[in-house]
Design a protein around this ligand. Sequence first.
Ligand code: AMP
Length: 316
Amino acid sequence: MKSRESVLVVGSIAFDDLEMPTGSFRDVVGGAATYSSLAASLLAPARLVGIIGDDFAESQLATLRDRGVDTEGVERVAGGKTFRWSGRYAPDLMSRVTLDTQLNVFADFRPKIPASYKGSRFVLLGNIHPALQLDVLSQVERHPPPHGLVAADTMNFWISGEPKLLADVLRRIDLLVINEEEARELSGIHNVARAAADIRARGPKQLIIKRGEYGALLFDDAGTFFCPGYPLEEVIDPTGAGDTFAGGLIGYAARHGDASPRTLRKAMFYASALGSFCVEDIGTRRLAAVGPSELAARIDAFSRLVDYGGSLAITQ
Ligand code: AMP
């Protein structure tokens, strides 16, 4: 095993109001970077860069620190309000609508990477304006795979609204992590394998296409790899599962100081396992309570889920 490296996560820190089939939940600590850094911190030191207002309690930041997340890069705006997002889920939790987004301090977010973070070899650019993703890249040293990794997420809003800047981002990252619908919109191609080839030709040599509870596909120079979602009997809140997946993936790679195809395939299972914990309770509640032995047990269950007992070849 190579040396353990740190993960730098940049993105939203939020209060979410969630309307779930099980009830309404207000002021739930969320945000993509919160989920990603919590997941990554289970596997490697995680450094968080984001912005909050003075409504975000010091004790709420301390909860992140207790989980091993370095919060030196979290900027607090005096007199400002933290980003707020509100959504309503369908009864089957398969879809959701955004009810409200209040950018608040997030509107003026200009990520400042602390000097102590600049050497981070593993960087996760959360779903923020592509101009800000580029700004972060200009502030950190580049360490290409396998000794480092720059991963990014994006969303339909930027795909349609900022195509040129997003194209610049794609040229400068190693790994793009997006969902199936976004992959289709970005490439303009419905077939997922062909959409993947198109996106990889635009820059990122590694691409992960998430399919929600059904798992995720990895496309890289070593071929195509699939990791299922872990089948759960009860799902409570899918918010942040994708961000948790991305944080777990990069956390595993950083833990091994290695972003090779072989390590990324193993990382997919950790990403998926952590995503499965995330959805078991409201907000970050479950994720923030997962311990190493619970994670190991789920990884073990995962190994059995995909263990077909050796060769699939037809014997003579
Ligand atoms: P996911 O379920 O993976 O899409 O992540 C949901 C999280 O993303 C929530 O905790 C929200 O606070 C956060 N979020 C929602 N909309 C945005 C946005 N426009 N920019 C950044 N973060 C957002």
